[in-house]
Design a protein around this ligand. Structure first.
Ligand SMILES: [Zn+2]
Ligand SMILES: [Zn+2]
Length: 96
């Protein structure tokens, strides 16, 4: 048991799912309070639901198809029509 008893916890009701939870601050009523699950879920939403295992990629990535080899790839910008997009390999080659 590693419960930190000198930190007061307040009973609260999650604004999202209605579950009872405890928060380390006094719920003020005009501010939504979330249980651990919903809080984590909301934080996770920022990184995108797809959850592709891109380590440390916090930029939104867009699906695209390489104009040279036709391989599906992802680019950090919105691909626009008439503008070729390349996979990592061909993008690098194109710049060199
Ligand atoms: Zn909840
Ligand atoms: Zn390619």
């Amino acid at each position: 048991m590693n419960f930190n008893s000198d930190r007061p916890m307040f009973d609260a009701t999650c604004s999202k799912c209605g579950n009872e939870t405890q928060v380390p601050f006094q719920p003020s009523g005009d501010r939504p309070v979330y249980c651990n699950d919903c809080f984590r879920q909301m934080k996770g939403e920022r990184t995108g639901g797809a959850g592709a295992g891109f380590g440390g990629a916090n930029r939104p990535m867009f699906d695209a198809v390489c104009a040279t080899c036709g391989t599906p790839t992802q680019v950090p910008f919105q691909p626009s029509e008439g503008r070729p997009v390349y996979c990592r390999e061909h993008y690098k080659r194109d710049r060199m």
